[in-house]
Write a protein that binds this ligand. Sequence first.
Ligand SMILES: [Zn+2]
Ligand SMILES: [Zn+2]
Length: 154
Amino acid sequence: MLGSRWPALEGDAVPAVRLYHRGSALGRAWLREHRIGLNAPLLRRADGWQAARETVAHEVAHLAAWAVYRDRGHGAGWRQVMAALGVPATRTHSLDVSGIPGTQRRWRYRCACSTHRITTTRHNRIRQGRMRYHCRRCGEALARELEGGPGVDT
Ligand SMILES: [Zn+2]
Ligand SMILES: [Zn+2]
């Protein structure tokens, strides 16, 4: 189905898969290596089956978007592939990351154009007035955003 729409996707559908055991991201994609990674301890947690299905689709869609559009992020190409796969184009999850090595609490900040999640180290520097961070896209200084639940980039 995808192959008839995007001939570049004929064949080569099975990427190499690597399991990893650190960090809060559910999955990763290595575009040139045609490889995806899955966070094994995180996908064993509650709702892991659902999350695993969507994570595999999310990462495979990165490989497809790269093959078809040279889209290396969550741009229009990636979103089109997600729609074709019938999976919601989400970039965050709400699984419990506590106790998994390499996870660190992230603090939500805002600029004029988007939301940023920054580490506790940076958050403390800002709070103590020792540092200001600016959005690379719009140039505005980041300011704390108070509402909203936890979110983790995948
Ligand atoms: Zn911005
Ligand atoms: Zn992604």
